[in-house]
Design a protein around this ligand. Sequence first.
Ligand SMILES: [Mg+2]
Ligand SMILES: [Zn+2]
Length: 194
Amino acid sequence: MSRPAVFLDRDGCLSVEVGYVNHISRIRPIDGVPEQIARLNAAGIPAVMVTNQAGAARGYFPLELIEQVNARLVELIAEQGGRIDGVYYCPHLPGAKDPRFDVECNCRKPRPGMIEQAAKDMDLDPKRSFMVGDKYSDVQLAFNVGAKGILVLSGYGRGELELFGKDWPRQPDKIAETMKDAVDYVFETLGIDG
Ligand SMILES: [Mg+2]
Ligand SMILES: [Zn+2]
C-alpha cells in the first residue's frame, strides 16, 4: 500500500534563505531541521525535497550547480543525523532564453509534477502526505495533489503570511513556527507517537 510522505521545500525551509545559491558554500541547513528529518526517518516517513530552481534558467549559474548544491545540502543534513530520501527539482522557467529551460513544464511548483513523479518512484500516497514550505506556492502544491499544506514561518514564511495571508483563497492546513511544529503536526495527523 502506498505510504504517506513529507515533501519539503529547499530554500527557506530545509536551508537558510540566502537568495540564489550560486556556490555550494552558500548552502546551510536551518538550525534544528536535521533533527526533525531524523524524527521522520525514525517513524518510517519518507522525507522528500521538492524545489524550484530557476537560477540556471536565468543564467546565474550552470545546471550542474543546482545538483551539486542539492547534494551538499543532503550531505550536511546527513552529518547531523537526518536522511533525505528523495530529491526532485524543477529547473524550468517559461520565457528563459535557453530553450532547455523555456518549458511550460508540469513540475514547476505549484504544479504537481515533482510530487507525482516521487509518488511513482517511491510508492507514495500524496493524499495522505504533507508539503512543507515557506511560500504560499508550496501550500498550493499541497492542495493540487490532495496533500496537507504546511506553511513554515522560516525563510519568506512570516512575511508571506503577514503581507498576503488574508487574501489567500484557502488557508494552509497548518501554520508552523518551526520545522519541529510542522513535524509535530504530521505526527498528530497520522496518529504517530514520536
Ligand atoms: Mg522556499
Ligand atoms: Zn519544471
